[in-house]
Ligand binder design. Structure first.
Ligand code: SF4
Length: 116
């Protein structure tokens, strides 16, 4: 049976999937060759958006997530990514990264398959 507390997640999941594709294209970065890395990070961003109203980076530990959201530093795309193209989650990888694929696309179908 479906958990209704997660009802709005699919919308945010799709929003974050689209954001990731557009932002990768805009920054000339690429998704990881291991699609599960990309999918899990996108899902984490969507869950944070669902629970805290902003896509707080899912790859860090926070004492107080609401406070971090209002600080905005780690809201995706975070300051290190915007300033230096550094994404420690490996969602946005430079072309020459050994982990980068040649893709800036991840279909909703594959995303859902991987996280389900
Ligand atoms: Fe987004 Fe920055 Fe986290 Fe990468 S490291 S997923 S750009 S918030």
């Amino acid at each position: 049976m479906r958990d209704n507390s997660l009802k709005s997640v699919p919308d945010n999941l799709e929003a974050m999937r689209k954001f990731s594709e557009i932002y990768a294209k805009r920054t000339g970065t690429f998704f990881c060759s291991d699609v599960s890395v990309t999918a899990v990070v996108i899902e984490g961003l969507a869950k944070h958006k669902d629970n805290y109203g902003a896509p707080l980076c899912p790859c860090r530990h926070y004492e107080d997530k609401l406070k971090e959201v209002s600080n905005t530093y780690w809201n995706c795309p975070c300051v290190p990514m915007r300033e230096r193209r550094e994404c420690h989650c490996m969602l946005f990888l430079p072309k020459d990264s050994e982990f980068a694929s040649e893709s800036q696309k991840l279909s909703s179908k594959i995303l859902r398959e991987v996280i389900n």
